[in-house]
Design a protein around this ligand. Structure first.
Ligand code: F6R
Length: 359
C-alpha cells in the first residue's frame, strides 16, 4: 500500500535506509562477519573469473559490483548486458562463475543466458528480490534482497539493495580468500553510515523539487558525467531521468565529452557531475567547467570531503566502494520530481512494463 505517498516510487526511495539496515542485520552478524553460505563461497573461490549478467538498472548495479568484487577479492570480473550476452557469447575463462542480478527474477534476457549456462554445467548465483522466481529456481544459489515489493516501474531500492548485497558478498569472498582489505572493511559500520546518509538526502526533497522545476522540467536534454564508479552511477541516473520524465538524458565518462558529446551542449543544457572519488575529482571538475564555458548549466553531486562552496548536492562520506548508494539518491529524486512536475504518471511510464518477460 502506498498510504500517504502519491506514488510508489517516492515510497520506495524513502524505504532505502531501512533496506540497508535490514540487509546488514540479515547478512552480517554482531561482529560484522558476513553470514553467507560456505558452499557458495567455496565454489566462487575456485573460479578464475566472475561474469555478472543483468539488464537495465540491474546491469548498472553489476557495474558497481565488479569494482567491489575486484577490489576485495582480486578475481577478475566482467559485467554483461543480458540481451547481448545471450547471442554474442564472450570467451569464457577455464572456471567461470555466473552472477545474475534481477529484481524480479523473471527477466527473459537474463534467463536466456542462464539456460545456456546450465546447459554447460557452470555454477551460478542469482541475487533477486523475489524468492522462488524463475532465475532463483534455475540457478545453483540464491541471495535474496528482501527489499519488499518494488511496484514502481522505475527501479530504485532494488538498485541500492543489489549494490549493498554485492558488497557483502565481496567482503565474504575476500575474507574467505584471506584478503586484508576485505577483512579490514567494516561493512557493518559503513552500512549504518549509508542508511543515515540516505536519510539526510531524502530529507532534502524540497531542494531537489526546486532544482527540477528550475532546470529540468523544460529541458530537452540533460547529461550526467563522472569517472570510474561515478561514471557507472551516471548511467543509472540518466536512465531514471529518461524513463520517467522523458527528458533525453545520457551518462558519459567525463573524459569522453571532448571526443564528441560536448558538441551537444547548448545554452542552459543541464550537466550534472558526480564526484565521489578523490583521485578523479579534479578531472571531472575541469570537464564540467568545459561544458559551462559552452553554456551548460552545471550541477554537482559531491561527497563531503571533496566538496567546495558552490556544490549543489553534498552527500555524506562513506567508503569509496559504497558511494553509489548515496550519489544515486539525488538523481532518483530529481527524476521523480521532474516526472511529477510535468504531470506524468510517475509509476507507470509510457511503453514500459515492470517485468520484461519477452526477449
Ligand atoms: C529501470 C528498470 C529496468 C529493470 C530491468 C531489469 O528502472 O526497472 O531497467 O532494471 O528491466 O529488471 P530485473 O532487475 O527485474 O531483471
Amino acid at each position: 500500500e502506498k498510504g500517504v505517498y502519491p506514488y510508489y516510487m517516492l515510497k520506495e526511495i524513502d524505504e532505502q535506509p531501512n533496506v540497508m539496515r535490514k540487509l546488514s542485520k540479515k547478512y552480517l552478524d554482531e561482529n560484522g562477519t558476513p553470514v553467507i553460505d560456505e558452499k557458495l563461497l567455496d565454489v566462487m573461490k575456485n573460479s578464475d573469473r566472475i561474469y555478472i549478467v543483468g539488464a537495465g538498472t540491474s546491469y548498472h548495479a553489476g557495474l558497481v559490483g565488479k569494482k567491489q568484487l575486484e577490489t576485495l577479492t582480486g578475481i577478475p570480473t566482467e559485467v554483461h548486458v543480458a540481451s547481448e550476452f545471450a547471442y554474442e557469447k564472450p570467451i569464457f575463462s577455464k572456471k567461470p562463475f555466473f552472477l545474475f542480478l534481477s529484481q524480479s527474477g523473471e527477466t527473459a534476457d537474463s534467463r536466456q543466458v542462464l539456460v545456456n549456462v546450465n546447459k554447460d554445467h557452470y555454477p551460478s548465483l542469482t541475487i533477486t528480490n523475489v524468492a522462488n522466481s524463475t532465475l532463483s529456481r534455475e540457478s545453483d544459489f540464491t541471495l535474496l534482497l528482501d527489499a519488499g515489493p518494488e511496484i514502481s516501474v522505475a527501479s530504485t531500492k532494488a538498485y541500492t539493495a543489489q549494490i549493498a548485497l554485492e558488497a557483502i558478498l565481496a567482503k565474504a569472498l575476500g575474507e574467505h580468500l584471506g584478503d586484508q582489505r576485505a577483512q579490514d572493511f567494516d561493512l557493518k559500520a559503513q552500512l549504518s553510515l549509508v542508511a543515515q546518509g540516505m536519510q539526510t538526502i531524502v530529507d532534502e526533497k524540497d531542494k531537489i523539487d526546486e532544482i527540477s522545476q528550475d532546470y529540468f522540467v523544460n529541458a530537452t536534454q540533460a547529461f550526467y558525467i563522472g569517472r570510474g564508479i561515478d561514471y557507472t552511477v551516471s548511467l543509472e541516473a540518466a536512465l531514471k531521468l529518461k524513463e520517467i520524465s522523458y527528458v533525453h538524458s545520457e551518462g558519459f565518462a567525463s573524459g569522453e565529452l571532448k571526443h564528441g558529446t560536448i558538441a551537444l551542449i547548448e545554452d542552459g543544457t543541464p550537466v550534472i557531475g558526480i564526484i565521489t572519488q578523490g583521485f578523479t575529482a579534479g578531472l571531472t571538475r575541469s570537464n564540467l567547467m568545459e561544458t559551462a564555458a559552452r553554456g551548460a548549466k552545471t550541477l554537482t553531486i559531491v561527497r563531503k570531503s571533496l566538496a567546495q562552496d558552490d556544490d549543489t548536492f553534498v552527500i555524506p562520506d562513506v567508503d569509496e566502494l559504497l558511494t553509489p548508494l548515496l550519489s544515486v539518491i539525488p538523481a532518483q529524486l530529481l527524476a521523480y520530481y521532474t516526472s511529477l512536475n510535468k504531470g506524468l504518471n510517475v509509476d507507470l511510464p509510457r511503453n514500459l512494463a515492470k517485468s520484461v518477460t519477452v526477449e
